[in-house]
Ligand binder design. Structure first.
Ligand code: P6P
Length: 335
């Protein structure tokens, strides 16, 4: 059992041996993410105080209005990862194409690519509701020493070497996995240090919370409608409680601690759902499975989906194993 109050830095060093091919690069990469998280946290926490609220009047590749904090978070993570010459490529929700870090040849010697959603749930920024950063790390598959290609980013989620999120909530936490369980670190803002506060996080096998935007109910597939009615029916341990923050990281984090399921299904409006496979669903699915939970598109394991496009979307069912199993049964007509 990991000693609490261990710092993230100590944890990374002590668990260095668990990192495959522990050349220290992955440790350096997690450390760079830690630094960027502190910088973004500082800006998020004072968002109400300086004029960085509101959109910049532009839209991102998703056609969503970009909040100034979206732009800032994107810039900070890209800058931090680029300056330390740790990665050879970056893909971001806020960038139409991937970024090849090939300013100097030696960068091509780096073996990791990072995919990020720099500020997920950003529509909550102006109303002071928690938002998050999501990251996903792969080893490149094209030859080291050459510029990265799209192929390095279009890897199935089972290839991830690390994934995690930062939640800028009532406290700021960094939660991540390198394939050896999930551990949560809470930032002490007074000294700018992350401390191990939630060792070995696990989804309860089942739960009583379901998280879905029921405003889209009429557009949902019949299986989702039937599952929602199942959650609401007075029977056994039901009705469940509906909790939906509109911030994937926040809903996921609460459900991992208390037990629950998050659903963003396809609909007659979003034929593939809304969430992006590469930098939202795959990292959260890796975390979920490492925490004894489950993640699917209602039919297939998220981590086994072969990506075709950088910003592709997939339906997302994620959380306590038995709850996801039940939702899948409704989706597959087996309930
Ligand atoms: P809706 C935020 O934009 C996000 O990607 C997730 O964080 C969140 O769960 C979802 O979209 C909210 O979408 O359509 O319910 O507002």
């Amino acid at each position: 059992m990991q000693r609490k109050n261990k710092t993230l830095g100590e944890f990374i060093i002590e668990n260095q041996v668990e990192f495959q091919y522990s050349t220290g690069e992955l440790s350096k990469l997690i450390n760079a993410i830690r630094l960027a998280a502190k910088v973004v946290n500082h800006e998020v926490n004072k968002a109400g105080l300086i004029d960085i609220l509101g959109g910049v009047g532009e839209t991102n590749v998703q056609g969503e209005s970009q909040q100034k904090l979206d732009v800032l978070a994107n810039e900070k993570f890209i800058q931090t990862l680029t300056n330390r010459e740790i990665v050879c490529g970056i893909a971001s929700e806020e960038e139409e194409d991937f970024i090849s870090i090939n300013s100097q040849d030696e960068n091509h010697q780096n073996k990791y690519v990072v995919l990020i959603d720099p500020l997920d749930g950003s529509s909550n920024i102006d109303v002071n509701v928690s938002v998050g950063t999501i990251f996903s790390i792969y080893r490149r598959i094209t030859p080291i020493g050459t510029p990265v290609t799209l192929e390095d980013f279009l890897q199935p989620g089972i290839n991830q070497v690390a994934a995690g999120y930062i939640i800028y909530g009532t406290s700021t936490m960094l939660v991540y996995t390198t394939g050896h369980g999930v551990n949560g670190f809470t930032l002490n803002p007074a000294i700018g240090t992350f401390y191990l506060s939630h060792p070995n996080m696990q989804f309860p096998e089942t739960g009583k919370i379901y998280s879905v935007n029921e405003g889209n109910y009429t557009h949902f597939p019949q299986g989702v409608k039937d599952y929602i009615k199942y959650c609401q029916r007075e029977e056994g341990d039901r009705p469940y409680t509906s909790r939906y923050i509109g911030s994937l990281v926040s809903d996921f984090h609460r459900n991992m601690i208390k037990g629950g399921i998050y659903i963003y299904p396809k609909s007659s409006v979003n034929s593939d759902g809304k969430l992006r496979l590469l930098y939202e669903c795959n990292p959260m699915a890796f975390l979920a499975e490492q925490a004894n939970g489950k993640a699917s598109d209602g039919f297939r394991r998220i981590l086994e989906i072969q990506p075709k496009e950088l910003h592709q979307r997939v339906p997302f069912f994620c959380g306590s194993r038995k709850m996801v199993d039940k939702a899948e049964n409704f989706m597959q007509g087996k309930a």
